[in-house]
Design a protein around this ligand. Structure first.
Ligand code: PEP
Length: 255
């Protein structure tokens, strides 16, 4: 990878995992001991919402905290939701949107994801907007169409891409142990960058970070981050393990 102006990013998505004990011990034992230069690598973790304040109270490092999702509704009669105002009030300024589990299990549409992305960007958040194709879509050659459709929905809502980070996560690689090869990931990231150049701006194509997600571990992070258009990772399973340290280290050591 040539030195680019893009700061790398590693996100840890804890999904619906952890206990109060873990929310104290993992930041103390792993996150507070990460060695990285925040000018080179931005590190963000997304615990379950119930555990966020505990994680925040233990974190000392330059590690940021994100929500995994957010509500389109504001404060009010919306049982079971939490508003973006509440998230801001907790000094959180990062969120994921459009994770494949939100899309598949909770039926979020491209439009929902785009609106959530816009809401968060407007509130000054850095948004890790997740996109990616299903196995059948890759096998039938539809990867580019699916990614472009998901990206177009975001573009219809968002003009300003300076706070958007794209997390390309092929759904067949999430939690399956099947990582995209570095070349497959690179080729798709390059297509996404072409889409940015053609549909947002040349500047966005040069500056928007594109993370890879899908079974990233300490064993494959270094070869993936060596690729030109891979600007970091969104990590699920391995973000709950000490291996997260080596993934951040691989980014810190990337040329
Ligand atoms: C994810 O859910 O964002 C993810 C990439 O999961 P995993 O690393 O476990 O495949």
């Amino acid at each position: 990878r040539q030195m680019s102006a893009r700061r790398l990013m590693v996100g840890g998505n804890w999904k619906c995992n952890g206990t109060m004990g873990f929310a104290k011990s993992f930041p103390a034992d792993v996150l507070n001991k990460l060695k990285f230069d925040p000018k080179k690598v931005e590190v963000v973790v997304a615990p379950a919402a119930l555990h966020i304040s505990t994680v925040q109270s233990v974190l000392k490092n330059n590690v940021h905290v994100a929500t995994q999702n957010l509500s389109l509704t504001g404060d009010g009669a919306y049982t079971g939701e939490f508003s973006i105002a509440m998230v801001k009030d907790m000094n959180i300024s990062y969120t994921l949107t459009g994770h494949s589990e939100r899309r598949t299990l909770y039926h979020e549409t491209d439009k929902d994801v785009a609106k959530k992305t816009k809401l968060a960007v407007d509130q000054g958040f850095t948004v890790l907007a997740c996109i990616g194709e299903l196995l059948g879509e890759r096998e039938s050659g539809k990867t580019k169409d699916v990614n472009n459709r998901q990206l177009n929905a975001i573009r219809e809502e968002c003009e300003d891409w300076s706070k958007i980070v794209i997390a390309y996560e092929p759904v067949w690689a999430i939690g399956t142990g099947k990582t995209a090869t570095p070349q497959i990931a690179q080729d798709t990231h390059a297509e996404i960058r072409e889409w940015l150049a053609a549909n947002v701006s040349k500047e966005a194509a040069a500056s928007v970070r594109i993370l890879y997600g899908g079974s990233v571990t300490d064993a494959n992070a270094a070869e993936l981050i060596a690729m030109e258009d891979i600007d970091g990772f969104l990590v699920g399973g391995a973000s709950l393990k000490p291996a997260f340290h080596q993934i951040v280290e691989a980014c810190q050591n990337a040329k």
